[in-house]
Design a protein around this ligand. Structure first.
Ligand code: CTP
Length: 397
């Protein structure tokens, strides 16, 4: 759930700041982009170098960035964040946040952000129980901020009680749950096919195509980002999935792709067939490699492969089915025919040009449903995936 999310971590002056390093590491490992804002006192507890190295980003702590008088824009940082988390949050910072006392960059960023804000308090037990701290936390909650409760246990003072900052793993879980609840496709199961299929002629040769699988992988990533439980059935390709919640099933031939798509479509709420399934396969697969001494092979008899999308269209039972069309002429007209014949909710028309097509990172698509045709500009395959998934979200609702 954290993959690709912009997380702004505020670190304040508590001994628990050493745990912020682990927190950054876990967030980065989960695929989040992390930026850190520190209060001046927090640097007594952990170095900005540690946090910038782990987050792979500069760390911000002053309003003025350098001797040339450039500033660290608290507004830009606040707007960048999908979520802001202050961990550890000391009694002092909690008090400043509750009252808008804006005397450091961290509080200025907090006041500027439009994102959800989480706080993981860290302090001694009596400070945590003090009526002023309780009052301030209540006030922050009334502003919509979320408190990640501290643990009960041994404290730096030697006392024991409530006040230990929640463990980094627990904070990551808290944030993941938050994004899960917010995600538009939470609870939906999605099936995506991607890449080419290879239809064997003999043990070493095949009929195939140049599909890279990039478009299908981008759609799988975007669906997962929006909370769907994604199964990706893919033909031969060299791409790795980024989001480790995606269940990946590698296949080679159209028959294998057919079996896996039929199997997983039974439980799918959303199916997107991006794969460039070979339309023909050799009628017979030679058991041994065909030797070139044969000089000429008068013909290789080919037969059509099973049309997976058509079959899914016949079996569709209230679920959403999205197809692709690759056309070189009469694109819209042919895509509309496929939309109708294959019983789709919408179809994505691809064009082949010097900037689009199988191996390119950009694509120019047209989204067509029964009522409308929406031509989009040339854009990255990731942005095409966002447009397609947004269309799915609009239609699923
Ligand atoms: N498709 C499929 N099984 C096949 C062939 C295609 O599931 N055997 C799916 C593709 O994944 C795509 C859609 O059908 O979503 C359209 O594919 P395309 O190659 O454009 O069209 P075809 O239906 O194969 O027709 P033609 O090649 O004649 O244009």
């Amino acid at each position: 759930m954290l993959s690709g999310k912009n997380i702004l971590l505020g670190v304040t002056g508590s001994i628990a700041a050493y745990k912020s390093a682990f927190l950054v590491r876990l967030l980065v490992k989960a695929g989040a982009h992390v930026k850190v804002v520190m209060t001046p006192v927090s640097k007594e507890f952990i170095s900005s170098l540690t946090l910038s190295t782990l987050s792979k980003n500069p760390v911000y702590s002053e309003f003025v960035a350098n001797a040339q008088g450039e500033w660290n824009s608290h507004v830009d940082l606040g707007l960048w964040a999908d979520v802001m988390i202050i961990a550890p949050a000391t009694a002092s910072t909690i008090s400043k946040m509750a009252h808008g006392l804006c005397d450091n960059l961290l509080v200025a960023v907090y006041l500027s952000t439009r994102s959800n804000v989480f706080l993981a308090p860290a302090m001694d037990l009596d400070m945590y129980q003090h009526p002023s701290t309780k009052e301030n936390l209540k006030k922050l909650q009334s502003f919509g901020n979320r408190i990640i409760p501290p643990d009960n246990g041994e404290l730096a003072s030697g006392l024991s009680g409530e006040g230990r900052m929640a463990e980094p793993e627990a904070i990551v879980k808290f944030l993941s749950e938050h994004f899960k609840k917010k995600a538009s496709l939470n609870g939906k199961k999605a099936l995506v096919s991607a890449g080419p299929t290879y239809e064997a002629i003999d043990p070493v040769r095949f009929i195939g195509n140049h599909s890279s699988g990039k478009m299908g992988f981008a759609i799988a990533e975007e669906l997962a980002k929006q909370g769907a439980e994604v199964t990706l059935v893919c033909g031969p390709n060299s791409i790795s999935t980024k989001n480790n919640s995606i269940k990946r099933i590698d296949v080679v031939s159209s028959d294998e792709m057919y079996d896996q798509c039929i199997k997983y479509s039974r439980n799918s709420d959303i199916t997107v067939m991006t794969a460039a399934v070979a339309d023909f396969k050799s009628k017979v697969k030679a058991k041994e490699k065909i030797k070139k001494e044969k000089k000429t092979i008068s013909s290789i008899e080919v037969v059509p492969t099973k049309d997976i999308l058509s079959e899914l269209g016949k079996r569709k039972n209230g679920s959403m089915l999205v197809g692709f069309a690759l056309e070189t002429e009469n694109g819209i007209e042919n895509a509309k025919k496929k939309l109708h014949n294959k019983n789709l909710d919408f179809i994505v028309l691809n064009t082949l040009s010097d900037k689009t097509g199988f191996t390119h990172d950009t694509n120019k698509i047209t989204i067509i449903d029964k009522k409308s045709t929406r031509k989009l500009e040339l854009m990255s395959k990731e942005n095409c995936a966002k447009e397609i998934v947004n269309e799915i979200i609009r239609k699923v609702k």
